[in-house]
Ligand binder design. Structure first.
Ligand SMILES: Cc1cc2nc3c(=O)[nH]c(=O)nc-3n(C[C@H](O)[C@H](O)[C@H](O)COP(=O)(O)OP(=O)(O)OC[C@H]3O[C@@H](n4cnc5c(N)ncnc54)[C@H](O)[C@@H]3O)c2cc1C
Length: 421
């Protein structure tokens, strides 16, 4: 006897609002993100990938739709998404254009970290008032002018992994800071209006991680330049070239967080580093959706040939679904726990979630290519791009897949301060 199963609905929400008990805001934002992604992002995605060019048109439309202010508090004119609401919406973006979702994440972090996250941190009232007045300048630029912020942290050394102080420096001078240094893999290079640079305040002559500053450097400030080629395997539309800063003078208001607050955030709000994962959660879903559509003979751009009747295909899809559900469940739990001062268990779960999303997105995409076959990996179809984009997830510092494994193993076997001496 046949047991009819629900029809495959590839464009259903990644996280069904009822099943995952989403809030009203999450339900609304994810529905809007999915509609926007299908209508605006998907048709253009192949172009940014082919040209390795920045999705300028997407950002214009994202500004008009309010997406640039998703994490700006509602009282300050934004959409008021909290950490989980943002992650869920960003995963929906990731289904349709990985490069747009990933660069949007760099931008959004400049508002999430200075907003909701900083509100959870300790500072005296005067510092808090000054910070709120200062961030309002940046929020206004974003909401009114469509200003785009980026997040160039990586330098090619151990700093982006959090092991040493950033080599890019800021020195206090009359009226502001003088910035010098170099960033690599700086997504949005040449396209962001402000580069949210992590650098070390070396005014007192010492280079300590505690003295990390998070400064918004205007892209058109004298001394800022973009260098190097960008012709990578995947995530080509991120345009992650090198940024050079030579005696760049920025005002006091460039400080996106008060002194010492970035270090406090990294210690006390570590889920902040999980924000690179939503894009890849979306890519994992996209690879799975493609496979289902393709095997059912419903993938646009392909003949209506069904391949779903072969047991090997059914097994492959089942295995992909198991992997996808495992990934979703762990990730959803981790983003639900995000907040200040997580327990050790919560922290280890966050690292496991990051590792799982980044590794499984590519594993699911790899399996999708193998299962669908040769005609499915032509550049005229999105799977090939999803496969290449998904390969980049495990490389993203500070929580690369390797570094997650490293920390999970060590921190499971050792309590803080324990040694074998
Ligand atoms: C598409 C894309 C976009 C990006 N966009 C940005 C961006 O906007 N801003 C930004 O700051 N960066 C960005 N990055 C950079 C990214 O976070 C890495 O810095 C980048 O991939 C370069 O890494 P690397 O090879 O120099 O790493 P390396 O530091 O050389 O490390 C190589 C590998 O060794 C491991 N490793 C590193 N340090 C340690 C350690 N202390 N202990 C043990 N193992 C370690 C890691 O697993 C790492 O993958 C982007 C990267 C990609 C792929």
């Amino acid at each position: 006897m046949d047991h009819p199963l629900p029809t495959a609905t590839p464009d259903a929400p990644i996280f069904d609002p009822r099943a995952f008990r989403l809030t009203a805001l999450e339900t609304e934002l994810t529905a809007r993100a999915r509609e926007f992604g299908a209508r605006v992002l998907a048709p253009r995605a192949a172009r940014w990938d082919r040209e390795a060019s920045f999705p300028v048109d997407n950002y214009r439309d994202m500004h008009a739709a309010g997406w640039l202010g998703i994490c700006i508090p509602g009282m300050e004119g934004g959409l008021g998404a909290d950490f989980r609401a943002y992650c869920l919406a960003a995963a929906e973006f990731g289904r349709f254009c990985g490069a747009t979702a990933l660069t949007w994440n760099m931008h959004v972090c400049s508002t999430l970290w200075t907003g909701l996250l900083t509100d959870d941190l300790e500072m005296d009232e005067a510092m808090r008032a000054a910070h709120q007045a200062n961030r309002a300048i940046h929020y206004r630029r974003i909401l009114a002018d469509g200003a785009i912020y980026s997040q160039p942290f990586s330098e090619g050394g151990a700093a982006a992994a959090g092991a040493v102080a950033f080599g890019t420096t800021a020195r206090r001078v009359e009226g502001g800071f003088l910035v010098n240094g170099k960033k690599i893999f700086a997504s949005l290079s040449g396209h962001a209006n402000q580069y949210g640079v992590l650098c070390t305040d070396v005014t007192d002559g010492t280079a300590s991680r505690r003295n990390t500053l998070y400064l918004a450097v205007p892209a058109d400030a004298p001394g800022v330049s973009v260098a190097g080629e960008w012709d990578p395997l995947g995530m080509r539309g991120t345009v992650s070239r090198n940024l050079l800063f030579q005696d760049v003078l920025v005002p006091e208001s460039a400080a996106l967080m008060p002194p010492g607050l970035y270090f406090q955030a990294a210690m006390r709000w570590p889920h902040m580093f999980l924000t690179l994962s939503p894009t890849y959660m979306g890519l994992a879903q996209a690879a799975f959706d493609f496979t289902v559509r393709y095997l059912r003979g419903e993938q646009p751009g392909t003949p209506p040939v069904k391949r779903r009747m072969y047991p090997t295909k059914q097994i492959a899809v089942a295995e992909m679904r198991v992997m996808l559900e495992q990934t979703k469940a762990l990730w959803f739990q981790a983003i639900s726990e995000a907040g200040p001062d997580p327990s050790k268990e919560s922290m280890l779960r966050a690292l496991a979630a990051q590792n799982t999303v980044m590794e499984n997105a590519n594993a699911i995409a790899t399996k999708a290519v193998r299962t669908c076959g040769g005609q499915a990996m032509l550049k005229s179809l999105p799977l090939e791009r999803i496969y290449r984009d998904s390969r980049c997830g495990s490389l993203m510092l500070p929580w690369t897949a390797e570094l997650c494994v490293d920390r999970i193993g060590r921190d499971t076997l050792y309590e803080r301060g324990e040694t074998d001496q």
